[in-house]
Design a protein around this ligand. Structure first.
Ligand code: FES
Length: 143
């Protein structure tokens, strides 16, 4: 089926930003849709800004999917890169769709996948850092 994507979506699809993988990421999020078979991975590297806030120093994605999935993955990374983690985890699909100037209704779910992949990457980071903190405390006690 030929879908009517607008120019912004087509630009993002044909020239996506932040595509690829991060070596030794702080967190990885993966989501698949069993109906269409598409998969999105989001990789994040967390660092701190001058004020000590946790920020997404880097973010990349790999998407095996439709044009909308690639365009929304690219857009979510653009909106999240360099931002505070607390901001990035609140980015929702409506913001992505708006930034892309709209999506055909049957493609809205692609944008929810992209934001969910980012959320999962942040969750993964939080789990790992909690685990790391616990291990540090254990090691401190041993010393
Ligand atoms: Fe499955 Fe777009 S059709 S993510």
């Amino acid at each position: 089926m030929l879908l009517n994507y607008n120019k912004k979506v087509m630009k993002e699809f044909t020239n996506p930003k932040n595509m690829g993988e991060i070596k030794n990421p702080s967190g990885v999020g993966k989501i698949g849709n069993p109906t269409c078979g598409d998969i999105i991975w989001v990789y994040i590297k967390v660092g701190k800004d001058k004020r000590g806030n946790e920020i997404l120093k880097d973010i990349k994605f790999k998407t095996f999917g439709c044009a909308a999935a690639i365009a929304t993955s690219s857009m979510v990374t653009k909106l999240a890169k360099g931002k505070k983690v607390s901001y990035a985890e609140k980015i929702n699909y409506k913001e992505i769709v708006k930034s892309l100037g709209g999506l055909p209704n049957i493609k809205i779910h692609c944008s929810t996948m992209a934001t969910e992949a980012l959320n999962r990457a942040i969750l993964d980071y939080k789990k790992k850092s909690r685990k790391g903190n616990k291990e540090n405390k254990k090691n401190d006690k041993k010393r």
